[in-house]
Ligand binder design. Structure first.
Ligand code: GDP
Ligand code: MG
Length: 224
């Protein structure tokens, strides 16, 4: 019985996600859903990314948390339109769902916007199960979390199109084995692009920014 209920929720979500995808396509907006455990640096990565990309590509952000507007306040300093969703109002859910994004898009003026980042609720489990209608999913893991997370949370790493290993500036102080972390990611998802960055110092950001720019360009020119 429980399985049936879960399946029903997911199929409703899939329908809503398809509607979102159509809407984003019609508006010409490229959507990247960023997921990770709490604290790995999604907001910091977005702050750095927006400061480097928003002048060239009109960008907006939807950010999900259970409570507070802390992340929206941080991201709004970049000057791009930011909308905070508190899932507290939706039962305190540990992930964003397609119907929540649909409401957010209603409130956020997407006209002229080419790139929309969605910062998901910090969690390596549930967000992986909910398609939001995005073009690409990115998982951020940080050097302070240990190398084994791809093996422990394989669905997240399997369903993402790229992985960012953040906090590279801390590598000299940790026992973190960067090569092992990459091997673990590729074991779960062979050939997934991996970007090693420091959102704090900006190290490694170039390749990450190029990947985003190329994806947006491909969409504008109709390449999938
Ligand atoms: N040293 C270091 N700290 C970072 C880096 N990125 C984020 N942080 C810190 O990690 C904490 C969590 O970052 P935040 O962006 O809020 O993570 P989120 O919960 O995934 O959005 C904050 O104290 C950040 O300053 C990084 O590249 N290096
Ligand atoms: Mg955050």
């Amino acid at each position: 019985m429980e399985i049936k209920v879960v399946r029903k929720v997911l199929s409703v979500n899939e329908r809503m996600a398809e509607q979102n995808r159509r809407l984003f396509f019609e508006k010409g907006v490229y959507v990247i859903n960023i997921m990770s455990s709490p604290g790995s640096g999604k907001t910091a990565l977005l702050e750095k990314t927006l400061s480097r990309i928003a002048a060239d590509i009109p960008t907006a952000v939807i950010v999900g948390d259970i409570c507070t507007t802390n992340d929206a306040d941080r991201l709004a300093l970049s000057g791009v339109p930011v909308l905070q969703i508190n899932t507290d109002a939706f039962g305190g859910e540990c992930h964003l769902a397609a119907h929540v994004i649909e409401k957010a898009v209603d409130e956020l003026n997407l006209s002229g916007i080419r790139l929309l980042f969605i910062e998901n609720v910090g969690n390596l489990v549930c967000p992986a199960e909910f398609d939001l209608g995005e073009d690409r999913r990115v998982v951020v893991m940080s050097t302070t979390e240990g190398e084994d997370k791809p093996l422990k949370y394989p669905l997240m790493f399997r369903t993402c199109h790229a992985a960012v290993i953040n906090k590279s500036d801390l590598l000299p102080y940790l026992d973190y084995d960067l090569q092992q972390a990459k091997t673990n990611i590729l074991t779960v998802h062979p050939e997934m692009p991996i970007f090693t960055v420091s959102a704090k110092t900006g190290e490694g950001m170039e390749a990450w920014l190029d990947w985003i720019k190329n994806r947006v360009r491909e969409k504008s020119s109709g390449v999938k």
